[in-house]
Ligand binder design. Structure first.
Ligand SMILES: [Zn+2]
Length: 344
C-alpha cells in the first residue's frame, strides 16, 4: 500500500467514524483538508477543544492530523469504543410488502405432513435479527483462521442467511439503542452453528492435517514392523537366533513402543478450536408475519411464519424438540408440537 493510499484510507475512515458519531465532515475540493462540525463530546474524544476543527494531513493548530505516526490512532480507538460500540442496534428502512399470494407461497414452501393448515391473518411488522461475527481459529501443526458471520431471527432462533443481503450502508442506528439479545443464553446455540460452518469452510485444512497424520502413522507402523522382522533373523555377529519366548518378549516391547509413539502423534495432530465472538449487531427488519392455524385431529394450534422482505422468501420454523430450522413438519397428537424429519 503506498502512502497516498494510506492517506486516502485514513481520510475515508475518519470521515465515516465522525459522521457515524454525529459529526459533519466537509472536504475541500482537492481533498487536502476538511472542516468538521462535531458535538462537544465527540470533539473532546478526538482531542479537540472546539466543536469546529479541521482534518489535515500535516500537523496544524485546531486540527486533527490524519497520520499513522501521531496520536490519531489512539484518539480514534477511544472514539470508536465510546461512539461505535461492538454491540449495536440498527434499523432497516421500510420495504414495501405486498399482502397477496402468501397462502400459495406458504403452501409451496412448507410441508405440513399429518395436519391441515389454514392461513389466518397477515401482519406487516419489524422483528429483531442478530448479526454475529466470530473469529474462529483451528490450531494444530498449522493454524487456520477466519471471520465467520452468522445471522438469525431472534424470534424463531433460526439461522437466516442475511450476511450477503444486508447492505450495512443502509442501516441507521436505532433511535433507542438497546440490545434485547440475551447473549449468555444465545451464545452456546450460535456457537455450535458457527463451529459447523467453520468446519465446513476449513474442510481442506482438516483434510490436509488428517492426511499428514495418516502418512506419519504409516511411517511409524512400517518402521516398527521392520524392527520386528529384523528380530526374527539371526544376530549378524553371533549368528544366534532369538528363542520363541525371547522373540515374543522383544515383539511386545516393540509394539508397546509403537502404541506410545502413535499416541504422541495423535496429540501432536489434535486440533484445538477457538470460537470467539467479536461483534453483535441487532437489526430490526421488515417482515410479513403470517398466522397458520394447524389442525391435528381435533386439536388446533397457531404458528406464525415469517416472510422475509429482504430475502423475498419464507423463513423456516424451528423444530419443537431439537430447534433445528425446517420447512417440513410432522405434528404430535395432543400438543400439536411441530417436529422435524429427524424427531418425528
Ligand atoms: Zn427436530
Amino acid at each position: 500500500m503506498s502512502s497516498t493510499d494510506v492517506q486516502a484510507e485514513l481520510a475515508d475512515f475518519a470521515t465515516t467514524m465522525i459522521e457515524h458519531s454525529g459529526g459533519i465532515v466537509d472536504w475541500t475540493p482537492d481533498h487536502s483538508a476538511a472542516m468538521v462540525m462535531a458535538p462537544e463530546d465527540l470533539a473532546q474524544s478526538l482531542g479537540q477543544h472546539d466543536e469546529a476543527f479541521r482534518l489535515t494531513r500535516e500537523a496544524a493548530d485546531n486540527s486533527l492530523t490524519l497520520s499513522l505516526a501521531g496520536e490519531f490512532l489512539d484518539l480514534a480507538s477511544r472514539t470508536l469504543k465510546v461512539f461505535i460500540p461492538a454491540v449495536g442496534s440498527f434499523e432497516y428502512p421500510e420495504v414495501a410488502l405486498r399482502k397477496s399470494e402468501f397462502a400459495s407461497i406458504i403452501e409451496k414452501t412448507f410441508g405440513w405432513q399429518n395436519a391441515r393448515c389454514r392461513i389466518g391473518g397477515t401482519h406487516p411488522m419489524k422483528i429483531p435479527y442478530q448479526l454475529w461475527w466470530f473469529h474462529v481459529t483451528l490450531q494444530s501443526e498449522e493454524t487456520w483462521e477466519a471471520i465467520v458471520p452468522l445471522s438469525l431471527n431472534s424470534v424463531t432462533g433460526c439461522v437466516v442467511p442475511l450476511e450477503n443481503v444486508i447492505d450495512l450502508e443502509s442501516l441507521r442506528p436505532a433511535k433507542q439503542v438497546h440490545v434485547d439479545v440475551d447473549i449468555e443464553a444465545t451464545l452456546p446455540h450460535v456457537g455450535r452453528q458457527v463451529q459447523e460452518i467453520a468446519m465446513d469452510r476449513a474442510a481442506e485444512f482438516l483434510l490436509r492435517i488428517d492426511s499428514r497424520r495418516q502418512r506419519d502413522q504409516k511411517r511409524l507402523r512400517d518402521y516398527y514392523k521392520a524392527m520386528i522382522d529384523e528380530s526374527t533373523k539371526p544376530n549378524r555377529r553371533t549368528k544366534v537366533s532369538l528363542s520363541v519366548e525371547e522373540f515374543q518378549a522383544r515383539k511386545n516391547v516393540i509394539q508397546l513402543e509403537l502404541m506410545r509413539k502413535l499416541e504422541e502423534l495423535d496429540d501432536r495432530y489434535q486440533i484445538a478450536a477457538t470460537v470467539r465472538p467479536i461483534a453483535l449487531a441487532e437489526v430490526r427488519l421488515p417482515v410479513m408475519g403470517v398466522d397458520c392455524e394447524i389442525q391435528r385431529k381435533a386439536v388446533t394450534r397457531n404458528y406464525r411464519v415469517y416472510y422475509n422482505a429482504l430475502l423475498h422468501t419464507m423463513e423456516p420454523l424451528p423444530c419443537c424438540r431439537c430447534s433445528q430450522p425446517s420447512f417440513n413438519f410432522w405434528f404430535e397428537n395432543e400438543t400439536v408440537n411441530a417436529l422435524c424429519v429427524r424427531c418425528q
